[in-house]
Design a protein around this ligand. Structure first.
Ligand code: SF4
Length: 446
C-alpha cells in the first residue's frame, strides 16, 4: 500500500505529517511522491494564512477525480481547516472520505480501515484532554541532521487575530520523561540538532502540576549525549522568563537564535491584538538577552494592516525593526479569521493600504538583513553540515549556531573530509542575498 501526503503551513504540521507517515509505515504503507500511485491521500491543512480553504479545495479538485480509475482510493483531510469545518467539509466535498481533527491524528489508521470496510465517509474532530498523536515518534529521515520534537500543543492566549486556540485547543504539555526519551532516541539515530516545538513553548509545564519548567526541560535536553544543538519555537514575549533568558548563558547546546514574535510595534495595536506586552517591555527582554548573549540572532513575525492600524502605528513597527535588528522577519498582511475577536472589528484597512505597508516593511527588512549578513564577513563560525548545497558546484551547505545558512566549497586540504552532520569552522567570505558564503578553515574542526 502507498501513502501520499500533502502538508501546508507551519513546522507543527510538518512534524504531524511525519507522525502520520510513521503510523502508516508501521502498517506497511510506503510513502510515495506520486499521488496517482497512492492508496491513501492525506492533506494536512493550515488555517493561519488567508483563504486556506481555496488551497484545500483546489487540491481536492485534483485528487477526488483519481477515484474514477481507483475507487478503492481513500482521501483524508486533517489539520486546522479540518478541525474548523468538521462534517461540513464532507457535505461540501463529495468523494472526500475522512475529516480528522487536530486531536485525532492517532485514530487515523482506524478511520481509514473503517472507511475501507464500510465505504462510508467519516468525520472525527472532538478535542481530548491530551491531543492524540503527541506520543507517536517519527523515525528521522535517512541522512537527517535535525529533527523536530513537539513538546506542547494548543494555546490559551486567544490573541484577537489568531485561530490557533480555536483549532488546536487548550494548552497541553507532554510529560517531560516522554520528551527526553524521544530526544535520546533521535540522538541514538544520529540526529545532532533538535527543534522543540509548540504554539507557546515558554509556558511549557506551567499548567501541569509537578511538571518541570521550559528552562529546566532545556537543561535536561542539554545533557543528552550526541545532541549538539538545541533550538525552540514559538515563544510568546510575555512568557519569556528571566530563567529562560539565563538558560541561553548556561546551556552550551542552546543556540543563540530566537524567534520572538513581535506582530506590531504600536502599543495601541498590541493592545487590540490582545498580546499583553508593550513595545518597551519587549525591548527590555531583548536587551536582557543581548546582555548575556550579545550575538543572539533574532527573527520575528509581523502583521501589517491590523484593523485600525494608522500610519503612525505602522511607523512604530518600522522603528522596532530598526531598534531590534532582526536577521529575518516573516511578515504578512492581516487577514480576518472567522470566529476570532478581530474578525468583528469594524475598522478594517483596505487591501491596497495593507499591500503598500507590507512592501515598505519588507524593503526596510531586506536592508537590515543585508547589513547583518555583511557584518558576518571576516568572522569564523561553527557550521553544522546539512548536506550538499542546492547551488551544486561541489559546494556544501550548513547552518551557523545563529541559524544563518552558509554554503562552502570542499577544502583542497586532503586532511579535511566533509561529512553530513559534522561541525566545521568556516570563515565567512561573502554575504549573498539570503545566505553566506564561506570556506573551511585550515583544520576544519571547531
Ligand atoms: S500566542 Fe500565538 S498561537 Fe496563541 S493565540 Fe497568540 S498568536 Fe495564536
Amino acid at each position: 500500500m502507498k501513502i501520499f501526503i500533502e502538508t501546508y503551513g507551519c513546522q507543527m504540521n510538518v512534524s504531524d505529517s511525519g507522525k502520520i507517515v510513521q503510523l502508516f509505515a508501521d502498517l506497511n504503507y510506503q510513502l510515495t511522491t506520486e499521488s496517482r500511485a497512492a492508496d491513501l491521500i492525506i492533506i494536512n491543512t493550515c488555517s493561519v494564512r488567508e483563504k486556506p480553504e481555496l488551497k484545500l479545495f483546489s487540491a481536492l479538485g485534483r485528487y477526488i477525480p483519481l477515484k474514477r480509475k481507483r475507487p478503492e482510493l481513500v482521501i483524508a483531510v486533517g489539520g486546522c481547516v479540518a478541525q474548523q469545518w468538521g462534517e461540513q467539509l464532507l457535505e461540501r466535498c463529495p468523494g472526500l472520505d475522512i475529516v480528522f481533527g487536530t486531536h485525532q491524528l492517532d485514530t487515523l489508521p482506524e478511520l481509514v480501515s473503517s472507511v475501507r470496510d464500510s465505504r462510508k465517509a467519516v468525520s472525527s474532530t472532538a478535542f481530548r484532554m491530551a491531543p492524540g498523536g503527541l506520543e507517536v515518534m517519527a523515525r528521522p529521515q535517512p541522512q537527517a541532521v535535525s529533527a523536530m520534537v513537539t513538546i506542547m500543543q494548543g494555546c490559551d492566549n486567544f490573541c484577537s487575530y489568531c485561530i490557533v486556540p480555536h483549532v488546536r485547543g487548550r494548552e497541553y504539555s507532554r510529560p517531560s520523561p516522554a520528551i527526553i526519551e524521544e530526544v535520546s532516541r533521535l540522538a541514538d539515530a544520529g540526529i545532532k540538532e533538535v527543534m522543540l516545538l509548540g504554539q507557546n513553548v515558554n509556558s511549557y509545564g506551567l499548567k501541569e502540576p509537578g511538571e518541570i519548567s521550559f528552562a529546566q526541560l532545556l537543561g535536561r535536553v542539554n545533557e543528552i549525549e550526541g545532541i549538539e544543538r538545541i533550538r525552540f519555537t514559538t515563544s510568546h514575549p510575555k512568557d519569556m522568563s528571566d530563567e529562560l533568558i539565563a538558560a541561553f548563558a548556561s546551556l552550551s547546546k542552546l543556540c543563540p537564535s530566537l524567534h520572538l514574535p513581535l506582530q506590531a510595534g504600536s502599543d495601541t495595536v498590541l493592545k487590540r491584538m490582545g498580546r499583553r506586552y508593550t513595545a518597551a517591555s519587549y525591548l527590555e527582554k531583548v536587551a536582557k538577552l543581548r546582555e548575556i548573549v550579545p550575538d543572539v540572532a533574532l527573527t520575528t513575525d509581523i502583521i501589517v494592516g491590523f484593523p485600525g492600524e494608522s500610519e503612525d502605528d505602522f511607523q512604530q513597527t518600522l522603528k522596532m525593526l530598526e531598534k531590534v535588528g532582526y536577521d529575518q522577519i516573516y511578515s504578512f498582511k492581516y487577514s480576518s479569521r472567522p470566529g476570532t475577536k478581530a474578525a468583528d472589528y469594524e475598522d478594517m484597512i483596505s487591501d491596497d493600504e495593507k499591500r503598500e505597508r507590507l512592501a515598505r516593511c519588507q524593503a526596510l527588512q531586506d536592508s537590515i538583513s543585508q547589513r547583518l549578513l555583511k557584518a558576518q564577513v571576516g568572522k569564523v563560525s561553527e557550521v553544522l553540515v546539512t548536506g550538499p548545497s542546492k547551488r551544486g558546484a561541489g559546494e556544501w551547505s550548513g547552518r551557523t549556531r545563529e541559524s544563518r545558512i552558509v554554503n562552502f566549497s570542499k577544502p583542497s586540504s586532503p586532511e579535511v573530509e566533509i561529512v553530513v552532520g559534522g561541525l566545521y569552522k568556516v570563515s565567512i567570505i561573502k554575504a549573498l542575498k539570503h545566505s553566506l558564503k564561506g570556506e573551511v578553515v585550515a583544520d576544519g574542526n571547531p
